[in-house]
Structures are given as structure tokens and as C-alpha cells.
Design a protein around this ligand. Structure first.
Ligand code: ZN
Length: 351
């Protein structure tokens, strides 16, 4: 089969002819139809310090995937509808594989499993014709779901998990960072009934995506500040909830400066290095800051599926995040597009 792999330590990837994987006990084999590119894949391709510390090549990369279930491994329970998993069904996959035996897993908190491994990082991934994942990671999709949409459930889950961390219905939300996850969070905040949504970035291309996703204002913080837009919207106190999606120290500072007393800040953007924070306003305004990583298994998956099911507008706004599509053989063009910054979600077609 075709597989995009890191064959040895160092920069680069290779599209190789690899043996097809066979499902181990408790695993399901998926024929990949679409796969989404993530920032993680760019780190792996360029072989930065993080990638060098995490990967043990040879490894097939990629974790945002959608396809058709083609084989069920041994010891996968035969559940009744609507929970059955059968050959021929379409599915996405949760990219975090949990251990099931640590204290957190056994206490019903698998999203904070201390032994989490990742598809396409610690085990073979979905940039290939076939991938095997534990049956518990399979998310069966309706037959009529757009395959492109199916391939971005993993990052959409990040957006949903972050956006729903604090109650936002009727509240004012500020989102820093308009990469695909920030833009999807904008659409989710709008869908669940936030009053005003203001998004920030330093890329006009990405700010335009946030506007299309429903932001009231999309502010280029390389040129402007957020505070005047608060006044224009008639906000008296500041934002009730902040979603930090950029990893930028300056973005977190502007978020804290623009939040009202008692606000909540959910942080998904991973900073590239440690940085100082002015804790004075965090303490005196009694802010709550919470780190977010991945999705709540599987509460987030139900919520995103159900929200998409009933809202054509939300489906359209999430789909608008996809700006580039390439065939698997054009993977180098796909990676170049994802690196350019002039992009939203980049999809590879493996069908
Ligand atoms: Zn665990």
C-alpha cells in the first residue's frame, strides 16, 4: 500500500510502498479516503526538537483521518445498533489512544490518561491506504457525511472541547489565533449562542476566514488593539470567556487585558517556549485559566456530531475552513500549502 512515512530520524518524509497492516486483537482496519494535515505533521516533517524526542522511525504519519471500515480484528465486541461497528461503515478516528488501566482511565477520565499514545506519532498513522486503530477509537459516521468533513473531526473536536469548556451562551467571547481550530471555535461559539465573538490574528487571510465563520469582528493585532472594538460593540466590562488558540505570549496578554472579572480562559495553543505572565490581573480579577489538550472522550465526539447533524449553517461554516485539497501523490504541495500561512485546513485525498 501507499504510505507517507518517516523512514529514518531527520527532516523529510517519503511516500513508500509499505505492507498492509493487519488488525491486532481489539483493532479495526480502515481504508483511508481522506486525511487532514495538522501542525503536528509539519513538526514531524521538519524534525524539530519535539519530533526528535517523540518519534521512533520507521513510522507512518498522520492522525486526522476518515475512511471505510474494511476489517474487524479479534475480540472486538459485537454491539447492537446503534453502537455496532461493521465492515462497510464509514468512520473517523480519535487520534489519542488511551491505556485503559491507569488511575485516570479507570476513574472515567480517559482524556487525561497518563499513558496516552498518538496515532501517527507513537504508532502508525493515517497517511496511508490503510490504518488500524483500537475499536474504541473508531467513530462511526453517517453514510451521507461529506468525507472532507469526516477527515477533520479530530481538530474540530479540539475546537469544540475548547469552546465548550466554559458556558458561553449569551456571553461575549474573545478568540486569539485564527488557524483552523480557532476558526472552527468561532463557528461553534456562534452556533451555541454567544452574544459577541471577536477573533484576533496577525494574518488577514485567516481573519477573513474567521469573519466567514461568524466573528463579529476579526482584528489584526499587528495593526490594531481589541479594546476599541469592545467599546464599539457596547460591551461595558470585557469578555466573559477567552479561547487562546495561538500559543503566542502577546495574545495571552491581550486576552487577559480584555477579559472581565471572573472570566474563564481556555488555552489550547501550545507555546513554543516558556514565557512570563503578569499574574496580577489574573489574581485580582479572579480569572480561571484551564489547559485543553485533545478531546473529551467521548463527550466531545457526541456533541460535535450532534451539532453538525442539525445545522446546515454550522456544517457550511466548518467546511469553509478547508481551503486546499491534494491527491496523496501531491503530498509535498500539501505540506507547502500548510506551511504557507495562506491556508485553512489542507486535506489529502487517499481514495
Ligand atoms: Zn490511562
Amino acid at each position: 500500500m501507499r504510505a507517507l512515512a518517516k523512514t529514518s530520524p531527520g527532516p523529510g518524509l517519503e511516500l513508500i510502498d509499505a505492507p498492509e497492516p493487519h488488525p491486532q486483537p481489539h483493532e479495526v482496519k480502515i481504508r483511508v479516503l481522506r486525511a487532514g494535515l495538522c501542525g503536528t505533521d509539519l513538526h514531524i516533517e521538519s524534525w524539530d526538537d519535539w519530533a526528535a524526542s517523540m518519534l521512533k522511525p520507521p513510522l507512518v504519519v498522520g492522525h486526522e483521518l476518515y475512511g471505510e471500515i474494511v476489517e474487524i480484528g479479534a475480540n472486538v465486541p459485537r454491539a447492537a445498533a446503534p453502537y455496532e461497528i461493521k465492515e462497510g461503515m464509514r468512520a473517523s478516528a480519535e487520534g489519542h489512544v488511551i491505556c485503559g488501566v491507569c488511575r485516570n482511565c479507570r476513574s472515567g477520565r480517559p482524556h487525561v490518561c497518563v499513558n496516552t499514545s498518538s496515532v501517527g506519532v507513537n504508532r502508525d498513522g493515517g497517511f496511508a491506504d490503510y490504518v488500524c486503530v483500537p475499536y474504541t477509537n473508531v467513530w462511526v459516521q453517517p453514510d451521507d457525511l461529506d468525507p472532507d468533513l469526516g477527515s477533520i473531526f479530530d481538530p474540530l473536536g479540539n475546537a469544540v472541547h475548547t469552546a465548550l469548556t466554559f458556558p458561553i451562551a449569551g456571553d461575549d467571547v474573545m478568540i486569539t489565533g485564527c488557524g483552523p481550530i480557532g476558526v472552527m471555535a468561532t463557528a461553534i461559539a456562534r452556533h451555541v449562542g454567544a452574544r459577541f465573538v471577536v477573533a484576533t490574528d496577525v494574518s488577514d487571510f485567516r481573519l477573513e476566514m474567521a469573519r466567514r465563520a461568524g466573528a463579529d469582528h476579526a482584528v489584526n493585532v499587528a495593526r490594531e488593539r481589541v479594546a476599541p472594538y469592545q467599546r464599539e460593540l457596547g460591551m461595558l466590562l470585557g469578555f466573559d470567556v477567552g479561547l487562546e488558540m495561538s500559543g503566542s505570549p502577546a495574545a495571552l496578554k491581550e486576552l487577559i487585558d480584555n477579559c472581565q472579572h471572573g472570566a474563564g480562559i481556555a488555552m489550547l495553543g501550545l507555546p513554543s517556549e516558556p514565557f512570563a505572565v503578569d499574574w496580577g490581573p489574573v489574581i485580582t480579577r479572579m480569572l480561571t485559566i484551564k489547559g485543553i489538550y485533545g478531546r473529551q472522550m467521548y463527550d466531545t465526539w457526541y456533541r460535535m456530531s450532534f451539532m453538525l447533524q442539525t445545522s446546515a449553517e454550522l456544517r457550511e461554516r466548518i467546511r469553509s475552513v478547508i481551503t486546499h485539497r491534494y491527491r496523496a501523490e501531491q503530498w509535498q504541495d500539501a505540506f507547502a500549502a500548510a506551511r504557507s500561512g495562506e491556508c485553512g485546513k489542507v486535506i489529502m485525498d487517499w481514495s
